[in-house]
Design a protein around this ligand. Structure first.
Ligand code: ATP
Length: 252
């Protein structure tokens, strides 16, 4: 389907189209479409743009990835359908592995997501035949590659569920979430929560990582140490509140 560029909801329609195609191709799960809808609702509330607290979280997240010994980016069906090129680019800049992790896990979906990532430049994709389990997760998301997420110290989880975020944090890992819902269990449990659309956040992470990878570790540590996730989430809620209070009609 061709979406006219001048359509006022062009970007949103394009994202939906990618997910619908992803579903038809067996990459995105049906429930992934619903999860996207939940995200879209929150995107309206933040104004469909990257707000300052998200930029602060992105800086902290990039610092954590650059300082990590063994960082991993976790990829699910929605992320693979929405921004595979950017995920691969980010992984190369920060030196992170990429691991597939699915709630609705099937070898067929894993194979398809792996193909997308490889087609977009990934050299290696973990999580195809994982042998380890992260304790505290009952779903299929418990599976972890022994050389990937299982032995990682920092994990980036775009569009995650709260159970796995909590279990990863409990297993001693630093968890960076990208989640449009500042009230989700994921957002509240992660070490660093980037409240933004994954399609906007990852390109900004790439830009910031290009700049920050030239920094000393002491500077990166300073950025990380000055970040407080609850404080940042409060700033997100305040930004939403202020935006709603200041809205006038006709809406702009
Ligand atoms: P939790 O278990 O953390 O409370 P949840 O039950 O909402 O969250 P899921 O159903 O897995 O978890 O939903 C995934 C999350 O991803 C939702 O919170 C939604 O806001 C978010 N989300 C969906 N699409 C996007 C997107 N494009 N960018 C960022 N976040 C998104």
């Amino acid at each position: 389907m061709k979406i006219p560029r001048e359509h006022p909801r062009y970007l949103s329609l394009k994202e939906r189209h990618k997910l619908v195609e992803g579903y038809r191709d067996g990459v995105t799960a049906l429930a992934g479409l619903i999860a996207h809808g939940r995200g879209e609702a929150f995107d309206y509330l933040i104004g469909e743009k990257t707000i300052p607290p998200a930029v602060n979280a992105i800086k902290a997240g990039v610092a954590a990835l650059l300082l990590a010994d063994s960082p991993v980016i976790s990829v699910n069906g929605n992320t693979a359908a929405l921004c595979p090129t950017e995920i691969v680019e980010l992984s190369k800049i920060v030196g992170a592995k990429i691991e597939i992790n699915l709630f609705y896990r099937s070898q067929d979906r894993i194979k398809k997501i792996r193909e997308i990532l490889i087609k977009n430049g990934a050299d290696e994709v973990y999580g195809v035949t994982p042998t380890k389990e992260i304790s505290g997760i009952s779903s299929e998301r418990r599976w972890a590659d022994k050389d990937g997420i299982y032995s990682s110290d920092v994990v980036l989880v775009p569009l995650e569920d709260g159970d796995r975020t909590e279990a990863l944090v409990n297993s001693g890992k630093k968890v960076i979430a990208i989640d449009l819902n500042p009230l989700s269990r994921t957002s509240l449990t992660a070490s660093i929560t980037i409240v933004d659309n994954v399609t906007r956040a990852v390109p900004i992470m790439i830009k910031i990582a290009e700049e920050m990878r030239g920094w000393d570790n002491s500077e990166l540590r300073r950025v990380l140490a000055s970040f407080d996730n609850y404080k940042n989430l409060r700033e997100v809620l305040l930004a939403i509140k202020t935006r709603l209070e200041e809205m006038d009609f006709p809406l702009q």
